[in-house]
Design a protein around this ligand. Sequence first.
Ligand code: XMP
Length: 532
Amino acid sequence: MTENTPAPSHDTEQRPTLVVDFGAQYAQLIARRVREAGVYSEIVPHTVTAEEIAARNPVAVILSGGPSSVYADEAPGMDRAIFDLGIPMLGICYGFQVMAKALGGEVASTDAREYGATQATVKGDGGTLLQGQPETQSVWMSHGDQVVRAPEGFDVLASTSLTPVAAFADEERRLYGVQWHPEVKHSEYGQLVIEGFLHRGAGLAADWNSESVIVEQIARIREQVGDARVISALSGGVDSAVSTALVHRAIGDQLTAVFVDHGLLRKGEREQVERDYVASTGVRLITVDAADTFLHHLAGVTDPEQKRKIIGREFIRTFEKVQRELVEESKADGRPIKFLVQGTLYPDVVESGGGAGTANIKSHHNVGGLPDDLDFELIEPLRALFKDEVRAVGRELGIPEPIVARQPFPGPGLGIRIIGEVTRERLEILREADAIAREELSNAGQDDHIWQCPVVLLADVRSVGVQGDGRTYGHPIVLRPVSSEDAMTADWSRLPYDVLARISNRITNEVRDINRVVLDVTSKPPATIEWE
Ligand code: XMP
């Protein structure tokens, strides 16, 4: 058992590469690309001071792109003293211009705007940054201003037909910059630019990966928990499954996981958690069968927000009841429950403006909205990770693929995918239709192309159909396949017609009361992903 293995000695503070965020959407993408290069990264706001940066002891600093001109009145600035810290730095797009201007180069607003794919020409051997890259390559540009003169001590590494200084370097001070966006896939050799900076420029090894995350987190969790007890709410989703498994790896049966079956789950989900998840992780699990209670309280309710409130409230009640029982049990042996596991991810931390420290319980988008006055300290082992990294950690921990690869599913479950009152019968209908859609999408290899595909039952709508010799008067099912990066915006997925046809045929043939299948072709905005 892992509990018996000694905790490895470790630096609790991992030295990060810091990405300074100038306010565009690129900082998270840059942070991810850095991690893909095997180097740990974190995002800091551009208002960070040189002292704060120094206190983090970073191994490298990257200045992100931004929306503005460095000369605009409201242009986001940066503490100039950061350039004097002797830390290897890479400036990207706006960050490249900030670096140029701060160090005595010249940035000008010319008519030479470049947007989109642009040909860049690498000069000489490309220096440390662009070494080994083709002389001409396609890069992704998005700028109005440009660097017209590099600061003293800098060599120009690349240019385009409109931008004479498209990349530069001061090898001695280990300062680098590119006008284009190496973090976007449209820049052909973008990842190599980032790797060139990290591995050669800053001399960093590619040693950050799922395995190192697990080792580090196990040590941290053991240190935090000691011999106290911990509980965790499993939802069947990726984040709670991985955070729970990770904590279990660290402290074994000091952890109890609670799984509330609210009756609004999809087909096979409870079995997946109770059987496959437990078998692969060894987690001690308590399942609470609360479907009757939830359905009782949902009877007659049609308003979406009302449904959410009821489901959230009942979830808390159910969880607190189990928790009280466990607390009593734990008092008996003198090892109190002190901690609650929470599957908070890095984007939540960044978006809530949070850096280090402060716990932030997700309200809307967590299991069902755990109360924030629970008398527990939080354990958040995924706080530094992006979703795809969480999946990689889950795979490393041996969690079954259907759970690790699972698409986002709302806490209130099928309750907000039945338009109208939620009843047991309607849930059964929707569950069957949803299972067919999921199966066909997976069989057609669509799982990697779509973000999620809500299947919605319009329970209060009926339309006329004909089946066999008879006229039917059944309900429509809506398919809502969407593509998205983060669920903040989304587009409807262009699924192949034959896949749609198969799903439609099977649902109308196999699911009673359904005589029509329709496709939602709306982006977000203006529509949301879910119908309620
Ligand atoms: P919308 O419908 O707002 O959904 O475009 C964005 C993402 O959030 C999920 N979602 C929820 N998740 N509780 C949750 O845990 C909720 O009440 C909830 N409502 C929406 C939705 O599935 C999508 O991934």
